[in-house]
Design a binder for this molecule. Sequence first.
Ligand code: 3HC
Length: 285
Amino acid sequence: MSIKTVGIVGAGSMGTGIANAFILNGYHVVLHDIKEHFLENSLNRMTQFMTKSIERGKLTETKMEEALSLLKTTTNLQDFENVDLVVEAVLEDINLKKSVFAELDRIVREDVILATNTSSMSITEISFATQRPDHVAGFHFFNPAQLMKLIEIVYGLETSDETINRLKKVAESLNKIPVVVKKDSPGFVVNRILMPFYIEATKVLEEDIASKEDIDKAIKYGLNHPMGPFELQDYAGVDISFHVMEYLQKEYSDNRFSPPLLLKTMMRAGRFGRKTGAGFYKYEK
Ligand code: 3HC
């Protein structure tokens, strides 16, 4: 059965970017969230992104209209009855994800793959909330999902090779680069490597070895990264990486992943980065 319509659960920044990537590549999308105004915000963010693409000469008005005509939004998961693939992008709360998967399992056809955009959590645990663990896999996009090329495709204990191969084809049809994560392991590849990088950068700052601006510059110009570690944490959300660190520390029982004190203090002060107006840096709201 070919994949024409994709159901996306969760219209936060990842769900929005993922839905936008699918409609820009000709897929019909049904985007779900629990409140109408989350869906309205999501649609505004897609329009803003595509308007910027037009300004940059990367998209036409016609293509944007075409893309938007492929999008339907809903607050009722029952509207996923006829979708051919589901990508879940709700909050990183394992119990919430499990209950969403159990519900999806009852609604969508038996042959449909249920994929999760979790950035680090156990695919096996999520898959066993359903009666089809062979049809469940990780499908992890990076922020901003419209632009970032990588998708980690992750096996759970019972995920079939066919599920992984079908998801690889979907990733390629979105002009993305898939990487297969053979074993279900916390943080997969990128976040397993990224968290110690953030932690070490924060320790260098805590030890006052260099200013945050100079640490960012060092990584940007010394390693050719588009953003330094503090700019990137502010961009992707300090709270997001903080929770990933805590999860990896717990799952691996390894203090290498333990969040530094500065991050804990920032969490207590609500300094989550750009979205709250302050993180490592200050932003205009
Ligand atoms: N439409 C189309 N293309 C766009 C665009 C838009 N709206 N906005 C930017 N671009 C393109 C630009 O045209 C340019 O492409 P080119 O090199 O082919 O010309 C490229 O994106 C970069 O653009 P700019 O240099 O102008 O810089 P921007 O500030 O616009 O780029 C960025 C923003 C793409 C976010 C860039 O800064 C970047 O790549 N940052 C790093 C992002 C990153 O590492 N994300 C991963 C986060 S970790 C994560 O997600 C894991 C999670 O699980 C925790």
